[in-house]
Design a protein around this ligand. Structure first.
Ligand code: MEV
Length: 433
């Protein structure tokens, strides 16, 4: 194989490929095809780029051979802060979009879901090691706050001219297992960007100065994904008669209380919230790993993992829900700038700032959570899953996409959603034609 070294003797192949990133896509595919025994049909599949052209993909990551598509859907019914939204969601899991839309309908009354977001403040961290008298040096850093912030801001004049930039500085002395170290935090208003690039550049810019001041070494210079200064807070109201009565409302309150007492349940509860949030994050080209990391770190901020949302009944027996979590999202820069569907998603949403996007995403998270809890405490979530499950089972059993709808309907009606029955039904439909 061209450029291949360090052979695996059991297969006669090697994944150690020098300069893979320098090869053209065709050359990469040739190597891939040889290594993984791909046939022409496989290669044709890699040639299907969907909404993203190869040249766009190549500007985003290295070693590109194709682009992978996921279902892109719209969740209607969202009214947030009195404004109506159609919400694009990208997700592979059945029922999530339908569930979000249903719950949004239940919380539409009046101004609908109320969602507020703080200023988009990200934290940049510089960790200094080898500092003698760290408490003393921590104060020396604080005394030079103005100078350090100015230095940080000199790396992003555009951000500063628009009103953003490094606004404050904090210092923490850490007691690590290897001894004391200093964590310097800069608090940066990143405006409509997710902010990683701006913040990381600032951290790298000020690190040498912090080394000078402390006599230590800057070992880490990067933003924190625990974006606890960039928080969204959401609340929603549901009439008990709209969710099946007071008993259901009370059970949802119980489900919420249980999640606060049981981290095993809290993780699943929060997963339901993230189903909605990450689906919008993918549709709008966000760094969803950063969002996940921030969410779960925030859920653990008390030293115990707790749910990001809470549901309670009112004296009238209705249900009120709140959600609070960090959301580091952007409407400019990064993937948003280059991915055509990410751009389109923002146009569909009609959001004008990163804060508005965070407000929408938080609202989707709360709606998703309500839908999951409502299903869990009543009929269970499997029924909702069954229709789409039956459809994909029908396709797996050999139905055409046109036949699948009918086959799924029959399987569901019979309550017999099995591969064997799907095959029989397909045959019957074809004979009847
Ligand atoms: C499944 O993707 C999400 C749920 O497990 C969430 C929950 O249990 O609250 C249904």
């Amino acid at each position: 194989m061209n450029g291949v070294i360090d052979m695996d003797t059991s297969t006669g192949k090697s994944s150690r490929i020098q300069g893979f990133h320098k090869l053209s896509r065709e050359e990469r595919i040739k190597i891939l095809a040889e290594f993984s025994n791909l046939n022409n049909e496989d290669i044709e599949l890699l040639d299907k780029w969907g909404a993203m052209e190869s040249k766009v993909a190549e500007t985003m990551i290295e070693n590109v051979v194709s682009a992978m598509s996921y279902p892109y859907a719209i969740a209607p019914n969202f009214r947030i802060n009195g404004k109506d939204y159609l919400v694009p969601m990208v997700i592979e899991e059945p029922s999530v979009v339908a569930a979000a839309s249903n719950a949004a309908r239940l919380m539409r009354e009046g101004e609908g879901i109320i969602s507020i977001a703080t200023e988009p403040i990200m934290i940049g961290q510089i960790h200094l090691i080898g500092v003698t008298n760290p408490d003393y040096k921590a104060q020396m850093i604080l005394e030079r706050k103005k100078e350090i912030l100015e230095l940080a801001n000199s790396s992003d004049q555009v951000l500063v001219s628009l009103g953003g930039g490094a606004k404050d500085l904090e210092v923490r002395v850490l007691d690590t297992e290897k001894g004391k170290s200093i964590a310097v935090h800069i608090l940066v208003n990143v405006l409509d960007a997710m902010g990683a690039n701006a913040v990381n550049t600032m951290c790298e810019k000020i690190a040498p100065r912090l080394e000078d001041i402390t006599g230590g070494r800057a070992v880490l210079r990067i933003l924190s994904n625990l974006a606890d200064r960039r928080i969204v807070r959401v609340r929603g109201y549901v009439k008990s008669e709209d969710i099946g009565g007071r008993d259901i409302a009370e059970r949802i309150e119980w489900a919420s209380a249980i999640a606060f007492s049981d981290p095993y349940r809290a993780a699943t509860h929060n997963k339901g919230i993230m189903n909605g949030i990450i689906a919008v994050a993918l549709a709008t080209g966000q760094d969803h790993r950063a969002i996940e990391a921030g969410a779960h770190a925030y859920a653990s901020r008390t030293g115990r993992y707790i749910p990001l949302s809470k549901w309670e009944t009112t004296p009238e027996g209705d249900l009120v829900g709140t959600l609070e979590m960090p959301l580091a999202v952007g409407t400019v820069g990064g993937t948003v700038r280059v991915h055509p569907l990410a751009k389109l998603s923002l146009k569909i949403l009609g959001v004008s700032s990163s804060r508005e996007l965070a407000q929408v995403m938080g609202a989707v998270g709360l709606a998703q959570n309500l839908a999951a809890l409502r299903a869990l405490v009543s009929e269970g979530i499997q029924r909702g899953h069954m229709k789409l499950h039956a459809k994909s089972l029908a396709v797996m059993a050999g139905a055409s996409y046109e036949e699948a709808e009918k086959v799924a309907e029959i399987l569901e009606k019979e309550g017999n959603v099995t591969f064997k029955r799907a095959k029989e039904v397909i045959e019957k439909i074809r004979q009847e034609r």
